[in-house]
Design a protein around this ligand. Structure first.
Ligand SMILES: [Zn+2]
Ligand SMILES: [Zn+2]
Ligand SMILES: [Zn+2]
Ligand SMILES: [Zn+2]
Length: 122
């Protein structure tokens, strides 16, 4: 580390004052964020190095597992998301035509205000 201008490892902007150091770089405190949850990480807490950015202990310690709200099986790969709920594409059905969704229909799925999923053209 040098005494020259301090360049933030997150946003690449100059840091006039109040930097933090972590992963051998300088950071604005608010730029030193977990790559997984976007939480500001204190350099004094435990974190992992993920491609030169912090990945916080919470995220690594407990990898997020998504469970389908319909079949209760773990979801690996693509999923439908509504607020805290996740579903397999094949499990969730359009409330209008009662057909299930597939991942390649992604751009043609609409979520209604009540949490129902429908095909945009239904
Ligand atoms: Zn920054
Ligand atoms: Zn995190
Ligand atoms: Zn399912
Ligand atoms: Zn439909």
């Amino acid at each position: 580390m040098s005494d020259g201008p301090k360049i933030c490892g997150g946003c690449n902007q100059n840091i006039p004052s109040k930097w933090v150091t972590g992963l051998d770089k300088f950071w604005h405190h608010e730029c030193f964020r977990c790559v997984s949850c976007n939480r500001v990480v204190s350099p004094t807490e435990s974190f992992y190095d993920k491609d030169g950015k912090p990945d916080c202990f919470n995220c690594r310690g407990a990898p997020q597992v998504f469970t389908c709200g319909i079949c209760n099986q773990t979801i690996s790969g693509q999923r439908l998301i509504y607020l805290a709920n996740t579903y397999h594409y094949g499990c969730k059905r359009c409330t209008k035509c009662q057909q299930s969704f597939s991942a390649d229909q992604h751009d043609n799925i609409k979520i209604l205000a009540n949490g129902d999923f429908v095909h945009t053209n239904c």
